[in-house]
Design a binder for this molecule. Structure first.
Ligand SMILES: O=C(CO)COP(=O)(O)O
Length: 256
């Protein structure tokens, strides 16, 4: 946690979810309530097909809804793509950019991720910019070098604590059930904080830094309690309302 920073617990549904899954969003929307919701923000990023219906389900809930990617342009001849403006038009308030699965599956570069984050800002969305090293890079002792390069190249100069969230997702921890040690997470997040403060000053001090990669109800308390970890980006465990809410509620004990 970071003093005076409101944590964010975010779910990334990836390419999972049909209309039948809206029941889970409804249950999460009902479970995200004050007083915890005043202190900890919750977000679900369903597939784009469910975005508009999901926001309609959340009109009476503090649960935020976002998308998983956007195009770098506001509109135009880009078949199959979704613009940040379209996400905002569907009442989405967040968009994930630069997830490692998009960097791999769609050859997205740091340069492109930065342009997508800028498109998100232009549409008044908050960008969740994802970074993280591969298993090979970690074995080679390059994890912090990769973090430094991705932070510097993927995060726009216009980033602020309001329009930007950074998600550190070591690729080898995604969907594997394996997580870094608390010491390694602490080291990575302290390093990111120092880099962001050096570049953005006070905005960098307040920017939320999420950890992602095999976050589950059983490890959420430990991971979320680490210094400079301001929430989680959850894949698999966000698909079930009970698991997502159990992770979210880990903050009840942490903030008590
Ligand atoms: O990639 C992730 C979230 O964006 C993490 O996925 P898992 O929680 O399934 O490991």
């Amino acid at each position: 946690m970071t003093p005076d920073v409101r944590p964010l617990v975010a779910g990334n549904w990836k390419m999972n979810g049909t209309r039948a899954s809206l029941d889970q969003i409804k249950a999460i929307a009902e479970g995200v309530r004050p007083p915890l919701a005043d202190k900890v923000e919750a977000l679900i990023c369903p597939p784009t097909t469910l975005l508009y219906v999901a926001t309609a389900l959340c009109t009476d809930s503090p649960l935020a809804i976002g998308a998983q990617d956007c195009h770098q342009k506001a509109s135009g001849a880009h078949t199959g793509d979704i613009s940040a403006e379209m996400i905002a038009d569907a009442f989405g308030t967040y968009v994930i950019v630069g997830h490692s699965e998009r960097r791999t599956d769609h050859a997205e570069t740091d340069h492109l991720v930065r342009a997508k984050a800028e498109a998100a800002f232009a549409a008044e969305l908050t960008a969740i910019i994802c970074i993280g090293e591969t298993a090979d890079e970690r074995r080679a002792g390059q994890a912090l070098d990769v973090i430094k390069r991705q932070l510097s190249a993927s995060v726009p100069d216009s980033a602020t604590a309001e329009n930007t969230v950074i998600a550190y997702e070591p690729i080898w921890a995604i969907g594997t059930g394996v997580t870094p040690t608390s010491g390694d997470v602490e080291k990575a997040h302290a390093f990111m904080r120092a880099e962001l403060v050096a570049r953005f000053g006070d905005e960098g001090r307040k920017m939320r830094l999420l950890y992602g990669g095999s976050v589950k109800p059983a490890n959420a308390g430990e991971l979320m309690g680490i210094a400079n970890v301001d929430g989680a980006l959850i894949g698999g465990a966000s698909l079930k309302a009970s698991d997502f809410l159990a992770i979210y509620r880990a903050y009840e004990a942490l903030l008590a």
